[in-house]
Structure formats: C-alpha cells, structure tokens
Design a protein around this ligand. Sequence first.
Ligand code: NAG
Length: 312
Amino acid sequence: MLRGPRRLLWVSVRPAAALAAALLPSLVRCSILEPRDPVASVLSPYFGTKTRYEDVNPGLLSGPQAPWRDPELLEGACTPVQLVALIRHGTRYPTAKQIRKLRQLHALLQARGPGDDGVGSASSRDLGAALADWPLWYADWMDGQLVEKGRQDMRQLALRLASLFPSLFSPENYGRLQLITSSKHRCVDSGAAFLQGLWQHYHPGLPPPDVEDMECGPPKINDKLMRFFDHCEKFLAEVERNATALYHVEAFKTGPEMQNILQKVASTLKVPVNDLNAGLSQFLLQSSSSLVMQRPFFHCFLSWATSKTRNL
Ligand SMILES: *[C@@H]1O[C@H](CO)[C@@H](O)[C@H](O)[C@H]1NC(C)=O
C-alpha cells in the first residue's frame, strides 16, 4: 500500500557548466484521447503515473519518436543546461500476485451459476460471461517482467528526449549521461532499452551492443534511492508502519464509496458481493492501470470499474 511511485530510472545529463533545469514538457499533460487506438478508451488518460505516453499525448500514435513540446516552453530565451528525468518502467506483465488474483476472479466468474439471467441468449450482454470465456493466458513466469511494448516505450522515449534537447544529448555529452535504476528486472531492462534507444540516436543504423559495452556503461543499481519506500527509516517509521498516517487509506478501503463500487461490480458481474472480498476488489481498482495497456480482459473490466468509480 501507499507505494505509488515505483519509478526506476534517474537519467542525468550534465554539461560542464550546468546548473539545473528539469524539463519534462510532454510527459505530464492531459488531453482527450481519440478513439483510434483499439486498446485505448476514454478512460485511458486517467491512470496517473501509469497512463501510457500515447494516451497523454495522442500525437505519439502517429509519430512515436517525434519530439513534442509545449510551444510556450523553451521559447528561444531559454537554454537547457541539465535534464533530470524520473522515468517509470515501460509496459509490463502483471506480477505473480496480480496473476494469482486474476485467476481467482476468473474462477469466480466461471463458477457463476448459469441461468441467472438468460446467459446464452444471443441478446444478453453479460460482461461476466464474456470475461469468464476469455482465455486467461498469463503464466507465472511473466511475473511483472517488461514486455516488448515496454522496451519500445523506453527506446522511443530516449529518442524523443534526445531530439528535444539536441544540445544536451550531443556526442560530447554522451559520457556524462548517468542512469540509475532500482534492482527490479523490469526497471533494469527499461534502463537497457532506454540506452539502446539512445544508441540509435548517436549511431543511426548500427545495431546497439550490449549495454555493458556502451561508453556510458550500464544503468547503476541503487535501491536505497529508487526503492526508498523499502529503505528509508523515516518513511518506514512515520508513514508505512504508522496507522495514523495511513488512516485515510484504510478509511477509503473500508468506506461507503468502496462498498458502493463493490455492490455495483458484484451486480454487473452477477456474483455475490461477499465473493468479491476486500483483497480482490482492491486489486481490481488498483492494479488495473499498468495492465490496462496490455490486454482486453483488464481493459474491459477495469475500465468499467473505473468508470463506475468516476460516476460516484
Ligand atoms: C504518524 O502519523 C501522524 C499523522 O501523519 C503523525 O502526526 C505522527 O507523528 C506519526 N508518528 C510517528 C511515530 O512518526
């Protein structure tokens, strides 16, 4: 709980005479999504730090490597001297724990009694039945690993940043680039993919070598920094293990809004509300967003759950 920011990469490019200017113009803007991308929905832009880049900035669908920036930023008068980017890992599989809960939910849907409301009749639009029929293909080994789309996310991000800040990503500065990552495989792999994207920028057309052999070296692992929520004593004592600090989290999990959502989910899926125990229901609401980009099962179900949340 309360471990929101699982970011992983600390990228720093620092020319010699640099002070600091952290600029991430294109990554944090909201815009309404066109329904062109079949994986996206109108809800896709609303997953906070887990929103796909292309859902925040639909322009990326047609030009994923093209730089994009707010025209009001960096108008002539401003010279970028340093770029510090805190980057979330790319698209990944669900974790083993999430897969376990998905199977639980899937089994629950498959075990529903038929006939409650004419399942099988061509006209019934039964979401629960559709989800029960959907082949749940996640395997244990997938356990939160980066998928190919995730590597592509990182390569394209690197290329966009390099094109946006050509003076920072000049060949002379290449050796000054620093990447710091957490030890999570998806984060280490994201770092490697980012560097491979940069390689394309510096050496167009040449296949990238192993990151170990790159001039700037592989991303450095630093869990104390990147997974502070496991290491920072002050955070652990004052927040993570502090019931008072987490009061509102608990209140939300057990409060009337959550109960209301549970009721609605249970009634739409036609399962007893008690079967959607707290753990499972929270899972539905929390874990959706990073997976939403992956597969229709999540997308469909969790978009629905989220839309209900938003309508409260
Ligand atoms: C626990 O959290 C509360 C509320 O944020 C705070 O006032 C209190 O100092 C924290 N307790 C500890 C031991 O840090």
